[in-house]
Design a protein around this ligand. Structure first.
Ligand code: ZN
Length: 193
């Protein structure tokens, strides 16, 4: 029988469904507005434990699929305002992130581990943002994010507010993925404003 062009994507989804603590679209935790991490949770090590769980999961996912640049805590069932991003320079953690400034607008195709990365579609978002967040040491930081970093952060910030990228897909742009990591990692980010 001829192999389907989306077979690698289906294989990844099947592995994800049977091996890891990921929550999929439709799970109520993905519709819950996550609660801020408290200073007490930073001091008593709870925040560190949650970040370790996020890191552990994303590491496995990246090894399996070659993709996976971001994860919000509620995607593995932890309803707390924490984001893990993983770009070429390694993992970075954002606790209680808030957008303090945004400019312009861009279009970029997005996928999500919580849809088993089976679908991809175009989403319009601000072009660049500045965020304030906390580190695991409780230190307050401000980051002026470049456009790709902005996209990753805003996708995950949406998760923390109970919103998924499928809610924002431009109608007519949604399609199935093939399971090739480049399809997720390499699309062009287009500025429209
Ligand atoms: Zn997502």
């Amino acid at each position: 029988m001829k192999k389907s062009p989306i077979q690698p994507a289906l294989d990844n989804a099947s592995w994800l469904g049977s091996n890891l603590p990921i929550r999929f679209f439709g799970d109520p935790v993905l519709r819950t507005v996550c609660k801020p991490v408290t200073n007490k949770e930073i001091k008593n090590g709870s925040a560190k434990k949650w970040i370790d769980e996020l890191t552990d999961f994303l590491k496995k996912y990246r090894t399996k699929t070659g993709a996976g640049r971001g994860l919000a805590a509620n995607q593995i069932g932890i309803s707390k305002r924490m984001i893990l991003l993983w770009q070429s320079d390694g993992p970075s953690i954002y606790i209680n992130p808030t957008v303090v400034r945004s400019t312009g607008e861009g279009v970029y195709p997005e996928s999500c581990i919580s849809s088993a990365a089976l679908f991809i579609g175009e989403v319009k978002r601000p072009w660049a943002i500045t965020v304030e967040y906390m580190t695991l040491d409780g230190e307050k930081k401000t980051l002026k994010a470049d456009p790709i970093h902005t996209r990753l952060l805003l996708h995950e910030l949406d998760h923390l507010d109970g919103i998924v990228c499928a809610d924002r897909y431009t109608p007519g742009t949604i399609r199935m993925t093939t399971g090739d990591a480049d399809e997720i990692l390499k699309p062009e980010l287009v500025r429209i404003k």
